[in-house]
Write a new protein. Structure first.
Length: 339
């Protein structure tokens, strides 16, 4: 633990990371700095969501006379407003918007692209369940000016950075620029994200599986067999696994990253491509998990190798500990049978 005992803010961490890459333009530290401002504003709103009707913000108006918006719309606007003027981006895309989001004409266009899911799992807010923001950064592929859909539709292995924020018992930012995965916990009293989990590594094999078993009857055969396999008893392979499903992807993913095991949202007879989105849910989390030594697949291919066809395309997702995901793939591909 090279920083043992020191207080390392995310700004300091980014600067130290940049020093490892001479010639780094500083653009990326600008992007992360602007993003963390949005995350702090979203944290503030999410952490008092339950109080909206108590703190004199009843109905549709808040104390500033602004209309109280749905949290995911609020988060979407705060991220866009934090990112539209810094000059680091040429275009953005969000889960909340059908088409790409242009940078306003009056601001300079940069060399990066930001894709984001502003508040994933927001339907869980009323039950005080953890929710998350997910983001993904690419270099532009068009030469100059406004970025286009072509800049946004790149395969996941082209990501230069990705991360997520989990708004839970504490608010944590987890990100990677391709040099390991690092976690920062927000200290609301000073408004800083402080390094709390340096160089996160996912266990090679876990003992937790995470999937909505309510869909069992529509699962394909290989998926049914894999979950039955996990429920058999065999101490050498940590079986039976425990089942944990929060129903908020970033909460389930974050637990999987720290504890190991596997998170799954499979395709099935009703939805062959599953439910989760490739560009701003699967790709960024696959980038993070691979950087931590794990694995992410759609059942056939590595998630990061999938060539996207549309901004909001869905994909089956099996992600987590390397050995667990590899074993899952064998069942999904019919190469493994139950004994
Ligand atoms: P289901 C939340 O609505 C979400 O998009 C993800 O955060 C979560 O993993 C998934 O859907 C839960 O879906 O079908 O299991 O309720």
């Amino acid at each position: 633990m090279k920083h043992h005992g020191k207080v390392i803010t995310i700004e300091r961490h980014i600067i130290e990371e940049e020093r490892k890459h001479p010639g780094a333009s500083g653009d990326f530290s600008g992007i992360l700095r602007d993003l963390t401002l949005a995350f702090k504003v979203i944290h503030r709103e999410v952490s008092k969501a339950g109080l909206v009707n108590i703190l004199g913000m009843a109905g549709r108006q808040n104390v500033h006379g602004e209309e109280v918006k749905k949290m995911d719309v609020f988060a979407d606007e705060k991220i866009y407003q934090a990112m539209d003027h810094g000059g680091h981006l040429c275009v953005m895309a969000s889960e909340e918007n059908e088409d790409v989001l242009q940078i306003p004409d009056q601001y300079p266009k940069g060399k990066y692209v930001l894709l984001y899911d502003p508040l994933d799992g927001s339907s869980n807010i009323d039950a005080n369940v953890s929710i998350g923001t997910i983001f993904s950064v690419y270099r532009r592929v068009t030469p100059s000016g406004h970025g286009t859909m072509q800049d946004c539709l790149q395969p996941g292995y082209k990501q230069v950075a990705a991360g997520y924020v989990v708004y839970g018992s504490s608010t944590m930012l987890v990100y990677s620029t391709g040099d390991g995965v690092h976690g920062f916990t927000l200290d609301p009293s000073i408004g800083e994200f402080l390094l709390s989990h340096e160089d996160i590594r996912i266990p090679k094999r876990g003992k937790i599986y995470s999937v909505n078993e309510g869909n069992y009857r529509w699962w394909y055969d290989g998926m049914k067999k894999y979950v039955k396999y996990l429920q058999q008893e065999d101490k050498a392979t940590n079986r039976p696994f425990s089942g944990r499903y929060i129903g908020s992807m970033i909460a389930d993913l974050h637990r999987t990253l720290l504890y190991g095991g596997i998170f799954m949202y499979p395709g099935d007879e009703r939805h062959p491509n599953g439910k989760l989105r490739l560009m701003y849910e699967a790709n960024p989390t696959a980038f993070i998990v691979e950087q931590a030594g794990g694995r992410a697949t759609n059942g056939k291919d590595r998630i990061l190798d999938v060539v996207p066809t549309s901004l909001h395309a869905r994909t089956p997702l099996f992600i987590g500990s390397d050995e667990d995901v590899a074993e899952c793939e064998e069942f999904l591909q019919g190469k493994r049978q139950l004994t």
